[in-house]
Write a protein that binds this ligand. Structure first.
Ligand code: GLU
Length: 430
């Protein structure tokens, strides 16, 4: 049997939920594959004058509910199978929180850390030139994802406007505030997950002071989440980045970690240089060095994968000690791991709900761009909270009534909304 890919893993969960929803074979075939796959080779002249090329993708999964929506990822692992899976998750994500978009995703298969600032801008503009006919405010609206920033979104909007001789502030979201961005967008993914976590612990009358959290990833989502939780009184026991991380049962101050990350480029930078750590200093501060794999298995109450996919697998799921997993990353848990976690009664708040805050504030940015309005930070925050909690309550109710995991319930809520739109549009018989 061929080994599973991110997309076949997505299809496994999709098929399991469709089994319960009983769609017609016509509906099913529309939901199992993306509507469009666009691919290109992007040429780049390196600073040293040499020529190179990168594979780039834009996958448009489903637009029954509105324009395709989803980020662009720059990563060596961003191949077609990964981008297809991420596009599919976006279609479900926008449906779970009921915002008027479909789902899509883009990627350039490369390591952006190996490019200079000029090269990065050049390849980002080349991406827009390659896919421009398929993009548009009412067609397909990209945004940031792993390794893509507000600056990159600004270059992309600029390139699009030049090519189309238009003013198109809403052709892309996640832009800088100075060029059509929205207040609250950069913190939105973490903030959305935080609202759900708050609601969950309020309902169970738990005290943040007594809850230990481990966070894998210290990028936009993981880093912001660490600050939010720390300020709310939770104890952050472990934080990591792609190079590994630190653990302290007594708690870690994310402000300090951030300072060292900025200075040394690593979360563990206060104690370690590469894999060589100052054991004495660590001991004095009650710290231990942990790998990204070990972080997942630490004693804690809440585990937050906030980096890449496929990290909680059949191999390690059994050793996870947290009682709740909040997925800020996309696709961190495999279907086999899901089954093990369910048996252990570990509650998983799935990616398509937990990290939907980012695309929700992207929606606000899109609305502001179209109307010429500027929302206050307070308005963004209140609306985000309302939408996240509505999504969460709908998923919780479905999970309870239909005796499903939160992931299956989130898929079911989303798929019913997509199916209803497909019927209303006459794509399938109603
Ligand atoms: N990349 C983010 C996600 O995976 C945001 C997408 C968007 O804002 O369109 O949800």
């Amino acid at each position: 049997m061929p080994s599973p890919t991110p997309y076949t893993r997505f299809q496994t969960t999709l098929a399991a939920v469709l089994e319960k929803l009983k769609p017609t074979s016509e509906e099913r075939s529309l939901l199992m594959e993306p509507q469009h796959i666009h691919q290109a080779r992007l040429p780049l002249t390196r600073d040293d004058g040499s020529a190179t090329e990168f594979s780039a993708y834009r996958v448009q999964f489903n637009n029954a509910r509105g324009p395709y929506k989803g980020g662009i990822r720059y990563h060596p692992a961003a191949d077609l199978e990964e981008v297809k899976a991420l596009a599919a998750l976006m279609a479900l994500k926008t449906a779970v929180v009921n915002i008027p978009f479909g789902g899509g995703k883009g990627g350039i298969q490369m390591d952006p850390r190996k490019l200079s600032a000029r090269e990065l801008q050049e390849v980002s503009r080349a991406y827009v030139r390659a896919f421009q006919p398929h993009l548009g405010t009412d067609i397909d609206v990209p945004a940031p994802d792993v390794n893509t920033t507000a600056d990159i979104m600004a270059w992309m909007r600029d390139e699009y406007e030049k090519l189309t001789h238009s003013f198109s502030p809403s052709v892309i979201t996640g832009k800088p505030l100075s060029y059509g961005g929205s207040l609250g967008r950069s913190a939105a993914t973490a903030r959305g997950g935080f609202f759900i976590l708050q609601e969950l612990i309020d309902r169970e009358a738990l005290d943040p002071q007594e809850l230990k959290v481990a966070i894998q990833g210290f990028g936009n989502a993981g880093g912001t989440m660490a600050h939010l939780l720390h300020n709310a009184g939770f104890t952050i026991v472990s934080i990591s980045d792609s190079q590994g991380g630190i653990y302290s049962a007594e708690g870690i101050d994310p402000v300090r970690v951030e300072k060292y990350k900025r200075k040394t480029g690593a979360v563990a930078g206060e104690y370690c240089e590469g894999s060589v750590c100052d054991v004495q200093k660590m001991k004095m501060d009650g710290m231990q060095h942990v790998t990204n794999e070990a972080l997942l298995e630490l004693p804690c109450d809440i585990l937050i994968p906030a980096a890449l996919d496929n990290v909680i697998t059949a191999e390690n799921a059994d050793r996870i000690q947290a009682r709740t997993i909040l997925e800020l990353a996309n696709g961190p848990t495999t279907p086999e791991a899901d089954a093990i976690l369910e048996k252990k009664s570990i509650r998983v708040i799935p990616d398509i709900l937990a990290n939907a805050g980012g695309v929700t504030v992207s929606y606000f940015e899109w609305v502001q761009g179209r109307s010429g309005e500027q929302w206050t930070a307070e308005r963004v925050d209140n609306e985000l909270k309302r939408i996240m909690l509505e999504g969460y309550k709908m998923v919780r109710r479905t999970a309870y009534r239909e005796k499903m995991s939160y992931r299956h319930a989130a898929f079911a809520v989303a798929l019913r909304r997509i199916l209803a739109a497909m019927k209303a549009r006459g794509w399938v018989a109603s």
